[in-house]
Design a protein around this ligand. Structure first.
Ligand code: GLU
Length: 296
């Protein structure tokens, strides 16, 4: 692992939008400006939402804005053995709870991420058998010993700390959970610096905890600001022409899109030039709010 080896890890559930593309550009600039490797990993564990055609489009779009990457693109759907081996080393228990039950038991307000109330932590063999007999398939949860919040420093966001819950490491459809797969992959691929959107900062404490439990070296983290729609919410399709294909239909070339994305973080539109002067310390920490005109 080299300190600045980086990656971009899209989920192929739809086309990349301007916010995804800007995060990819920044991840590439962080790695390449340090002379480090840049990898692309396809996070296609969600079988219901992942599509090969989205993957192909995403890779073509990354290339169209001038990004290159080292080695083969890795797909999480082909790495179950690695995840299984990691899960086998963790202290876990089967959890039969549905999301609705967790929300109810923890009395979390709707939409908030509830802490796991511990319902299945101490089930007896008979209670497990009863749930299995009712046709429930368990997820696997990590048994987290009570302890202090995990503290870390995220580039651009500064000092952070967050609690670690009994997180799911294997979903009840048998696939590895996002947090587990990301940790195993980042370590296996030698990623030294994880550059990703600020919206994922809440997942970082759990991931650091997994790195520690599995004895894998911790990467450093840079959480880059998001691109927001005119209403201030995270950019989405409903906001207008947000993908490269949309922008092309609106008469905008990929080069022009790239120039606009780079300008939004104070960088020149020419990628070589941006790379030459790139300084993570001078990136804005605030999200960028697009206007309706930007998305026409
Ligand atoms: N696959 C995740 C996403 O598309 C990103 C995961 C990560 O960068 O750690 O939101």
């Amino acid at each position: 692992m080299a300190a600045h080896d980086g990656r971009y890890a899209p989920s192929p559930s739809g086309p990349l939008h301007l916010g995804n593309l800007r995060t990819a550009l920044l991840a590439w600039l962080f790695a390449r400006s340090a002379g480090a490797r840049f990898l692309v990993r396809i996070e296609d564990l969600d079988r219901g939402r992942s599509r090969r055609e989205h993957e192909a489009r995403q890779l073509a779009d990354l290339a169209a804005i001038g990004l290159d990457w080292d080695g083969e693109v890795v797909r999480q759907s082909e790495r179950a053995e690695l995840y299984d081996a990691a899960i086998a080393r963790l202290d876990t228990y089967p959890c039969y709870c549905t999301r609705a039950e967790i929300r109810e038991a923890s009395q979390a307000p709707h939409g908030a991420l509830p802490r796991y109330p511990g319902t299945c932590r101490e089930l007896t063999a008979a209670q497990r058998a009863e749930r299995e007999a009712a046709g429930r398939r368990p997820a696997l949860r990590l048994r987290v010993a009570p302890g202090p919040a995990v503290a870390f420093t995220a580039r651009l966001l500064g000092p952070q700390r967050g609690p670690v819950d009994d997180l799911v490491v294997r979903r009840n459809d048998g696939t590895a959970a996002y947090n587990l797969a990301v940790v195993v992959d980042d370590a296996d691929q030698g990623v030294g610096e994880v550059v990703r959107g600020a919206d994922l900062v809440d997942a970082t404490p759990s991931q650091l905890h997994l790195h520690d439990l599995l004895g894998l070296p911790r990467p450093t983290y840079a959480h880059v600001p998001l691109v927001l729609g005119p209403d201030g919410s995270r950019l989405a399709k409903r906001h207008g022409s947000v993908t490269l294909a949309d922008r092309a239909a609106a008469g905008e070339t990929p080069e022009r899109v790239r120039a606009r994305l780079l300008a939004s973080v104070g960088l020149p539109g020419d990628l070589e030039e941006a790379l030459r002067i790139f300084d993570p310390g001078s990136l804005p920490c605030e999200p960028t709010m697009l206007t309706p005109e930007d998305l026409r």
